[in-house]
Design a protein. Structure first.
Length: 278
């Protein structure tokens, strides 16, 4: 039986690990070939370790183990020329582009009066401008293909106001504005544009000492563990779970990428365990 995205090619940013790797694998499981990019390096204002070349090599290994093709390139979504070159090379090798997962993102903390210029700028440049760069680079290829699906990763922070991450909230709200406008601008080309809005996802972005300190400033550092903090994460959600898994977001991305959602555009798809209802 053919996969749900059989014969299609997907462009995934932030693909070296976390949600990006999960999206690449889920799409590959359903028949897609993959163009994968990631920064494979550190941004100084990010308080946890970011992806490495070894992480990307593991993504490549796992996609190839599914007998799918993958073109993996190092590129920073803040650098439009590098991102476009990586995508163009991937399309030249794999022959087409059908699906875009604009997933790359960073996380950091601070009240809006405390944040430095660098922290704010890095957040907007990666989480908002980087999404625009991804769309801008992809649009000519999708038009040449006479349609496609673009999925922008936002957050529950693209719907809610959340203290201590105002720059993240601003960027993720901005992604919704990009999505809605792109959906209208690209509709005549049969290019669908939607956003996904996860609650906390069980990846390195939240499973790190800096995030634990944000959620439990009153707790001794040596007591801040995944298990000890699960209740605090869970308090944000309506369903009694602390976080969702990356594959839960990937399944939403897959549906939006597939022909099952062929007339769905402009949608804010929440995978949030009810967080935005509280």
């Amino acid at each position: 039986m053919a996969g749900r995205v059989e014969g299609k090619v997907a462009f995934v940013t932030g693909a070296a690990r976390g949600q990006g790797r999960s999206h690449a694998l889920r799409l590959a499981q359903e028949g897609a070939d993959v163009i994968a990019v990631d920064i494979e390096g550190q941004i100084d204002s990010v308080p946890y370790g970011m992806s490495t070349s070894d992480d990307m090599a593991e993504t490549v290994r796992q996609v190839e183990a599914l007998d799918r093709r993958i073109v993996a390139k190092q590129a920073d979504v803040r650098d439009y020329d590098a991102l476009k070159a990586a995508l163009d090379e991937g399309v030249a090798e794999l022959g087409r582009l059908d699906i875009v997962s604009a997933n790359a993102g960073i996380f950091s903390f601070g009240t809006l009066d405390e944040l430095s210029e660098t922290e704010f700028d890095d957040m907007i440049d990666v989480n908002l401008k980087g999404v625009w760069h991804t769309a801008k680079a992809a649009i000519p290829h999708l038009r040449a293909n006479h349609g496609g699906s673009m999925i922008l990763t936002s957050s529950t922070a693209g719907i809610l106001a959340i203290p201590n991450i105002g720059h993240y909230v601003a960027a993720k709200h901005g992604v919704v504005g990009l999505m809605k406008t792109l959906a209208l601008e690209l509709a005549p080309d049969m290019i669908r544009v939607n956003s996904v809005h996860p609650t906390s996802v069980d990846t390195d972005m939240i499973q790190n000492a800096a995030t634990y300190a944000l959620f439990a400033p009153d707790m001794p550092e040596d007591e801040r563990t995944r298990d000890s903090l699960s209740d605090r994460f869970g308090a944000m959600n309506a369903l009694p779970i602390p976080w969702v898994e990356a594959v839960d977001i990937s399944n939403a991305v897959l549906w939006l990428a597939s022909d099952e959602s062929r007339y769905v555009t402009g949608l804010q798809l929440k995978v949030d365990a009810g967080q935005t209802l509280k």
